[in-house]
Unconditional design. Sequence first.
Length: 317
Amino acid sequence: MELLSIVVPCYNEEAAVEKFYDAASAVCVGLADVRVEYIFVDDGSRDGTLKAVKELAARDSAVRWLSFSRNFGKEAAMYAGLEHARGDYAAVMDVDLQDPPGLLPELLDTVRGGEYDCAAVRRVDRKGEPPIRSWFARQFYKVINKMSKTEIVDGARDFRLMSRPMVDAVLRMTEYNRFSKGIFSWVGFRTKWVETVNVERSAGESKWSFFKLMVYALDGIIAFSTAPLAIASVLGLVFCVIAFFAIVFVIVRQLVWGGSAFGWPSLVCIILFLAGIQLFCVGILGQYLAKTYLEVKGRPIYVLRESGGGGGHETRA
């Protein structure tokens, strides 16, 4: 029988763990000729998430867990889960049930059919989200797809089911600054998109604040596009040309009319404006330099504190 590994990142999701397991198990029991293993990745939770997962593992040998030494973020949790997945297929799902387990049979049949290497889910609406957040999300997809050669599908979720070759390709992308939506697209492979409506969380609260989403969006743009560097260069060139013609205009006006080179307030405004442009461009360079700095350090994507389940014993790193 083939094996399906379901990777489930968790951060302070004590109330959602049992609900997810019950819902997913009810669906997976009907999968023909497929065994299922659950890999819960505790991303440094401060509540009883790990305890809840261990209780599941004590009842079901199909449940395994990985526990980080601290919070490394969802991107690291997904990578760790895929790295420890032993299945012929691997799926990534959110524990809050915003990724409906009922789609698993369709996703699995799509990949097992051989025509596609990946079946991914995208939501067609953003019902329940604040309007301002939805607007910024739509603008992000428009901007990044214009800046980057790597297509990022609007509404794409992390919920997807992949073949083993695609999982191995993703794992070869060992960069520290990870943007999985871009990585899944960059590695290629044939992907079928399955549409679904937005689903409310089953329990708990979202860990993604507006600020965190903005930072995540900037990480995505920097990770898969060098366009901001080009923008900085173009801005510098444009303002050099403007400054040259402005200088010529002031000299000519002074020679013709005289006494027209004065006006300190306007001069100060121009200086402050150009200084702001310079700082903006330096900031863009700084972001790329910071990402490069983190990459060359060669730090691990995550640090494992303990793991266990799967009918085996608990182990500590």
